[in-house]
Design a protein around this ligand. Structure first.
Ligand SMILES: Cc1cc2nc3c(=O)[nH]c(=O)nc-3n(C[C@H](O)[C@H](O)[C@H](O)COP(=O)(O)OP(=O)(O)OC[C@H]3O[C@@H](n4cnc5c(N)ncnc54)[C@H](O)[C@@H]3O)c2cc1C
Length: 462
């Protein structure tokens, strides 16, 4: 690469949290960067809407799990005054069991004193403490992995609803190794997942970090504050909105020619390296390499992303009988209901509903009931209202409704996930200066995406 080529910017494709994090870290390290985003705004799945009547709607993700890297990022972006920890009133996690909401025990003493789990499951937990590390070679469904450790009841009433809440997925289909790599590693190192957790807490204390569960946070003006601050941290002219990349052409001198479209017009730009921060479906559609020797990521299209519809509902406080004293309620599949879960949004974070009102966010669909996510609003709303009446004692009509459909919501890391990872690794091995990261390989949470962006920046500049 000649000296003029070395001055070219590094291109980041996709300005969701992964791409913005990558661009932020590159710019902070002094690298010229260009970030291309097909949509008219940055942020990807993060969509906060402020309504003049006082509702704050999160149409996509609702909360962010903080770890030391996220804390440092928030601080360096000057977002500390905006940081909003979950209200202590949201401490309870409800699970629907036998048609009613029951608080899930969240601490070890509560697990043993609460009547939520049977004596048999409590014994299983005690026995789990004695497990020794066994080398496990074969991947297995997440439900089988957890069943081996804790038994059936925990799979049915804890794992299953938890997986609906996080992946909108099915624990019988997800891979233990790829969907929860930390658990896989914990078993490998300690045998017992409980002892691994105790050891992890001890190690955190030794590093001077708080040893409790990671804080759940948002921002006063909603989660979109984070992409906004990341964009503001970039040099002017870095971000190209409404720019859909379709072709990446490696050049003989090691640089890349990328082609993008805006309003039907095509543009090309020469860049030093290319960082792809796109979901699987968008990666699958890219043309990479010369037409005679293309590199295809088309098989990533088969990585399942079930649809989810998120429905934000505002009610008068007096119309909801339940105290809403928790994070929300998750619903196990065995309960055979139409919802995956409901978040108590106005309990979780203050400032989400006008005075005298409450806000709930209902999630429907997922691998469990994709048909429900696809219902038109006039059919979906009555279904949700019937469920909320029965579960939370909601009476009357909502005073505010905002429904957002996610036709391809969350990637499911299933037992064949290794095949997808191999496709990514082979594309990177074939093309110098091409780096891929994000939900397709690095985990699905916002915390994972921020880390994926940092990793992309490090790999591209190593
Ligand atoms: C309904 C829902 C609820 C969720 N809840 C939570 C939660 O509470 N907590 C949590 O931690 N996570 C949650 N998640 C997951 C989290 O929001 C996402 O995993 C994360 O935001 C993904 O970020 P990303 O940058 O990798 O991808 P995206 O946000 O998808 O960004 C990719 C960007 O690339 C752009 N793009 C696509 N193709 C092209 C192209 N050819 N050229 C240029 N640009 C292109 C897209 O427009 C998009 O802006 C939720 C997700 C959904 C859908």
């Amino acid at each position: 690469m000649d000296t003029s080529a070395a001055q070219l910017p590094i291109a980041v494709i996709g300005a969701g949290l992964t791409g913005l994090s990558a661009a932020h870290h590159l710019a902070r390290a002094g690298h010229p960067v260009r970030i291309f985003e097909a949509a008219p705004a940055a942020g990807g799945a993060l969509r906060t809407e402020l309504h003049p009547d006082g509702w704050l709607i999160e149409a996509g993700p609702n909360s962010l799990q903080e770890n030391p890297e996220v804390t440092r990022l928030i601080r360096s972006l000057g977002l500390d005054p905006e940081r909003l920890p979950a209200d202590p009133a949201a401490k309870n996690r409800y699970i629907v069991r036998g048609g009613v909401l029951r608080a899930m025990p969240t601490s070890p003493p509560a697990f043993f004193t609460s009547s939520f789990f049977s004596f048999r499951t409590k014994l299983k937990l005690l026995r789990e403490l004695t497990r020794r590390p066994v080398p496990r070679v074969e991947d297995l469904p997440l439900s089988s992995f957890i069943r081996e450790h804790f038994g059936n009841e925990l799979v049915t009433y804890a794992l299953d609803p938890f997986i609906s809440g996080i992946y909108a997925g099915n624990a019988d289909l997800l891979s233990a190794r790829y969907a929860f790599p930390a658990l896989w590693q914990a078993e490998h190192d300690h045998g017992s997942l409980i002892r691994a957790q105790v050891a992890g807490a001890k190690a955190k204390r030794a590093r001077g970090e708080p040893s409790g569960p990671a804080p759940i946070i948002s921002f006063r003006s909603g989660l979109a504050a984070l992409p906004r601050a990341l964009v503001a941290s970039l040099p002017a002219g870095s971000l190209e909105l409404g720019a859909e990349i379709d072709t990446l052409l490696p050049q003989p001198d090691g640089t890349w020619l990328i082609r993008w479209f805006r309003s039907g017009a095509a543009y090309t730009e020469r860049v030093r390296k290319v960082l792809l921060a796109l979901p699987a479906g968008a990666l699958a559609r890219l043309a990479i390499g010369s037409p005679g020797m293309p590199t295809s990521l088309a098989s990533l299209e088969t990585l399942e992303h079930p649809p989810v519809t998120s429905v934000f509902l505002g009610y008068r406080r007096a119309d909801v009988a339940h105290p809403l004293d928790g994070f929300g309620a998750l619903i196990p599949s065995v309960e055979k209901r139409s919802l995956l879960g409901v978040l108590f949004s106005s309990t979780l974070f203050p400032g989400r509903a006008p005075e005298g009102h409450v806000a709930l966010t209902v999630m429907v669909g997922g691998t469990r009931r994709p048909d429900i996510a696809r219902l038109p609003p006039e059919k979906l709303l009555p279904l949700i209202q019937t469920e909320l009446a029965s579960l939370l004692g909601v009476r009357g009509e909502p005073v505010f409704v905002r429904s957002t459909a996610w036709p391809r919501a969350i990637p499911q890391y299933k037992l064949n996930h290794e095949d997808h990872l191999a496709v990514l690794a082979s594309a990177e091995a074939r093309h110098r200066g091409l780096f891929i990261g994000g939900t397709v390989r690095d985990g699905i949470s916002m915390t994972n995406c921020l880390a994926a962006g940092a990793k992309l920046a490090t790999r591209a500049t190593a």
